[in-house]
Design a protein around this ligand. Sequence first.
Ligand code: IPE
Ligand code: IPE
Ligand code: MG
Ligand code: MG
Ligand code: MG
Length: 325
Amino acid sequence: MREKTVTEAHIDFSEYLDRRRLFVEQRLIGYLIATDPDILWQSMRYSVLSGGKRLRAILCLSAAEAVAEAAAVPPKENEVFETVMPCACAIEMVHASSLIHDDLPALDNDDYRRGKLANHKVFGEAVALLAGNALLLYANEVILTKTPSSVDPSVIAALVTELARACGPMGMVGGQVDDLAFTGSVDAVKSSSDNDGDLLLERIHCRKTGALIRFSLWSGAKLMGAALSELDVLEKFANTLGLAFQIADDLLDVTGDIKSLGKTPGKDVQAKKVTWVTVYGSERSRRRLKELENDGLALLDNGVFDPAATTHLKSLLQYAIHRSS
Ligand code: IPE
Ligand code: IPE
Ligand code: MG
Ligand code: MG
Ligand code: MG
């Protein structure tokens, strides 16, 4: 068979993304139809159903698909979706919760998110705070009650445990606290040794952003019964993608505009955030991204997966790095 041209491959990938986004959106709407207390559900829906790339949900589906393809009798796409979708949607709820809290005046004090007013600008800080909490807890309820009964209960218990770990003090919340603790310390980090600066940035980024991305890939694979060797490769790939994703976000803060980003650019410099770009500058951040792209692609080609099974994971890494929103 003739190889696809770059343009054909690109069209394939954007169709791949669109189709998965559509499934995720539809399922999220279905999970968020409750109305009591009305203002709380409105606030939850406002943030979860406001677009976004759905990258984490798609990473979860894509990891599941990569593992499924290696099975002796690969399951149908629909079976994979049915098995993974509750977890993929739960991840988007946790992510939306982190964005609501991240935008609060006590954290980044941002007025816009996904091209709309931030949750607290519409619903007030109290409801925004509570909607964020509710989404975190509801995400677990969705995994526990909506994952098909064909999935082994020990796998579901592992999902909930790992999600708690990814969000909690060792994960996202811990990373957010570090992010705040080092806000204003750009000069101090710049004058530390390169190694110390790298370690600090990696520690913040891996926790605040990497932990949920790691869970996204791990959970999709786990739900499909991945072997330890597959989980191991995906974990290394996730660490690379997670770091690359946040460096790309740091770069977009200086190169992006409000229209494409849907959030106010220039905030990291203004707030003196310790980011790859504020500490090392754009050029070095781009070089680091290139290294991470090469490393991530090589990781998937180490013989554990059939190369055809990881095409979309590779494209997702490139998308996370080269995106404009
Ligand atoms: C933004 O995440 C917050 C970070 C972790 C940098 P995304 O860029 O994935 O946000 P959405 O979901 O597409 O809006
Ligand atoms: C946010 O990082 C990370 C989480 C929400 C956990 P940022 O503060 O850089 O994200 P943006 O730039 O506001 O989207
Ligand atoms: Mg932040
Ligand atoms: Mg922020
Ligand atoms: Mg940012």
